[in-house]
Design a protein around this ligand. Structure first.
Ligand SMILES: [Zn+2]
Length: 247
């Protein structure tokens, strides 16, 4: 086989390898997106749980303070009932009012804390719902990836062996050109030459539509063992009939 035919054979198997790898890669990408989102939701839930713990601790403090104020109020009331001294009575009453005002502040604080707790709790509940849902998506993405890996692994190693065989028929320097152009164009290393007008000797690259000089065309026609690249897109050119003859 000529170099060009070998290159076309390599290109065909290379494209299949890339397509199969692409299917696995897209499943991997999808899975990692789902994993990141699950992690993000877990992180948010953790923050809310911390917030909730802090709020509950504040509620505990508030209740302790409230109890100690109740004790003081009780004590002052007993003293008020017992006193006969009007000056002391007025003083105790003033003290009572101030402690009662502190208690009202604490009651207000307890109300605010209760509201905050229910807000944070409902956020956390909805987050946990999302986490469960996203976890399900992540698990099915994982299943899909495993399935794809199972589906393609055998075919992929078969194709990789075939690709290695096809590559071994091509001299190293030409193979290096192929690999470079293939990675440049995501596997599309080859392009055919389209005849625009044979009479006017006008030819174009089928991939990028740029003009192919007649000298390149005739070099390609006369030397099937030379690589001729499109000057614009670098793809390795071949004449349509080479491919047809091979197919
Ligand atoms: Zn081109």
């Amino acid at each position: 086989m000529s170099l060009l035919r070998n290159l076309i054979a390599l290109h065909r198997v290379d494209a299949q390898v890339r397509a199969l790898r692409g299917r696995v890669d897209s499943a991997k990408r999808y899975l990692s997106t789902q994993e990141r989102q699950v992690e993000d939701l877990e992180h948010q839930a953790q923050e809310l749980s911390t917030q909730l713990r802090q709020l509950h601790a504040q509620v505990g403090n508030n209740q302790n303070e409230m109890r100690s104020l109740d004790e003081r109020i009780g004590k002052i009331r007993t003293e008020l009932n017992a006193t006969t001294n009007s000056k002391q009575y007025t003083m105790l009453l003033g003290g009572l009012k101030s402690v009662e005002s502190n208690k009202r502040d604490l009651e207000e604080q307890a109300k605010t804390l209760g509201e905050k707790i229910s807000q944070v709790q409902s956020k956390l509940d909805s987050l946990q719902g999302q986490r469960t849902e996203r976890g399900g998506l992540r698990d099915s993405a994982k299943g899909e990836l495993d399935q794809r890996l199972t589906d393609v692994s055998e075919r992929l190693s078969e194709l990789e062996r075939e690709r290695a065989r096809a590559a071994s028929a091509i001299p190293p320097s030409e193979l290096a050109i192929f690999d470079r152009v293939a990675s440049l164009h995501d596997g599309e290393a080859m392009a055919s030459v389209v005849t625009i007008s044979a009479r006017h000797r006008e030819y174009a690259c089928s991939a990028c539509n740029c003009e192919i000089p007649f000298e390149s065309y005739s070099r390609l026609k006369g030397h099937p063992n030379a690589i001729v690249q499109c000057m614009n897109c670098q793809r390795i050119l071949h004449l349509e009939q080479v491919e047809e003859a091979h197919a």
